[in-house]
Design a protein around this ligand. Structure first.
Ligand code: GDP
Ligand code: IMO
Ligand code: MG
Length: 426
């Protein structure tokens, strides 16, 4: 299976890092296609934990070429910090490549992120504050700064000046410090020499790899419900973490893709603001948060927790054309006498099994639950489907039915080895 997209089927933090790492062991290239250092992907190898933000999880697999695609927004300072940190832990980062078309997050866009959030007051999105939204806004507004601009100092100075001027007006108006365009330009130019040998044409690289019969994995950041088009707008990120984003974010055509894998937790979490129908805003939710270790990798924020929402995952199956689901964290659900699963919503007293047409409706959605029998056993040592308690097997079978997609693997712990693989993907 040469071309595989791995993406989030819920609101993020589903375990994409672990899934990518696992598949990455049989892969030649791992390409990130969207987002930036708002992502936090955790991989645990032999008990050692790696938290990746900008770098593709494939960096941890020997023989893999990791690439940062054109659809990613790159905070260069953060990227080199992450490279240095990984290198100090013995990870070979010399193979990392970066698209020359990827946009850069200049320091002013981190400040703009803060200014925007402040201006929204009680309607805050709860962004990660990494400058993601303002950088994608500049990209669409055609005033963005790209990696290739670092090699044309005069042009860069002009571009920075044009992009920064309107932002300085906003900073001044809200009492924030303004920035000097020359200083910003110098900050960016300081990385030019180090980044030059990493630059690549990601589309050419990936398509040639596929022509040779190599395996390419496209690793998504964020998730379907955070997608700028298909998510819970405006409580979303500013990119397309869905399957279409992998195509534009890496320069590949849809006819080349063989598998689209959605990663989903056996329950649901969300960080930041926005509607979340199955949220457990009570002691049960708090216990699930503690049991599942649901605290953000990037910002350390407590994640909101709730039961599995099959309307959401079924929607993700449709939006992305999922071929398979990697279900994670089933081990966290051991010990409940019964487990509610949301099969539909009631909106103003009317039952719907699909995502409503409008966000006002979604904000009012009341989950319709089906209670599935739980299990008490610790399942973290299970390595085959048959070893799982029968009720856990039935839980999986029902989720598969409701999600309209087969479940390829089941996570039973954070470690690389703690997975039940039902059939090989690559
Ligand atoms: P990502 O952003 O989608 O890569 O997910 P995160 O790394 O932000 O969050 C997932 C968390 O769950 C990490 O701490 C993983 O180590 C952990 N994890 C992944 N799969 C499993 C699993 O099957 N069981 C348990 N207990 N933890 C898991
Ligand atoms: P991974 O890849 C979970 C959320 C933020 C906020 C919204 C917008 O680890 O799954 P942004 O900084 O992107 O403008 O914030 O999106 N968010 C994530 N939530 N996992 C992520 O990444 C996220 N990246 C952004 O909390 O609600
Ligand atoms: Mg994460």
């Amino acid at each position: 299976m040469p071309a595989v997209i791995v993406l989030g089927a819920q609101w993020g933090d589903e375990g994409k890092g672990k899934a990518t790492d696992q598949l990455g062991q049989n892969t030649d290239y791992v390409v990130k296609f969207n987002g930036g250092n708002n992502a936090g992907h955790t991989v645990v190898i032999d008990g050692e934990k790696y938290a990746l933000h900008l770098l593709p999880a494939g960096i941890l697999s020997e023989g893999v070429t990791p690439i940062i695609g054109n659809g990613v927004v790159v905070d260069i300072e953060v990227m080199f910090q992450e490279i240095d940190e990984m290198a100090s832990r013995g990870v070979d980062c010399s193979r990392l490549k970066v698209s020359s078309n990827a946009h850069i997050i200049p320091s002013y866009n981190r400040l703009m992120d803060q200014a925007n959030e402040r201006a929204r007051g009680k309607n805050q999105i709860g962004t990660t504050g990494r400058g993601i939204g303002p950088t994608y806004a500049d990209k669409m507004n055609r005033i963005g700064i790209r990696i290739q601009d670092l090699f044309d100092p005069e042009g860069l100075a002009e571009k920075v000046e044009a992009a920064l001027a309107p932002k300085n007006e906003i900073f001044a108006a809200v009492g924030m410090e303004t920035l000097n365009p020359e200083v910003v330009t110098e900050e960016l130019l300081a990385y030019a020499d180090r980044i030059r040998p990493m630059m690549c044409d990601v589309s050419l690289e990936v398509n040639e790899a596929l022509d040779r019969g190599d395996t390419v994995l496209f690793e998504g950041g964020q998730a379907t419900m955070l997608d700028i088009d298909h998510g819970t707008y405006p409580f979303v990120t500013s990119s397309n973490p869905t399957a279409g984003g992998a195509l534009t974010g890496a320069g590949v055509g849809p006819t080349r893709i063989d598998r689209v894998i959605g990663v989903a937790k056996a329950y649901t979490t969300r960080v930041g603001e926005g509607p979340f129908p199955t949220e457990l805003d009570d002691k049960v939710g708090e216990a699930l948060r503690v049991k599942g270790g649901e605290f953000g990798v990037t910002t350390g924020r407590a994640r909101r927790t709730g039961w599995f929402d099959a309307v959401v995952v079924r929607y993700a199956t449709r939006i992305n054309g999922l071929t398979d689901i990697c279900l994670t964290k089933l081990d966290v659900l051991s010990g409940y006498p019964s487990i509610p699963v949301c099969v539909a919503y009631e909106i103003d007293g009317v039952r719907t099994e699909e995502m409503p047409l409008d966000q006002a409706g979604f904000a009012k959605a009341v989950p319709v639950y089906e209670e599935l029998p739980g299990w008490d056993e610790d399942i973290s040592g299970c390595r085959t489907f048959e070893e799982l308690p029968v009720n856990a097997q039935a839980y999986i079978a029902r989720l598969e039915e409701l999600s309209k997609c087969r479940i390829q693997s089941i996570g039973v712990g954070p470690g690389r080895e703690a997975t039940i693989v039902r059939y090989p993907l690559i």
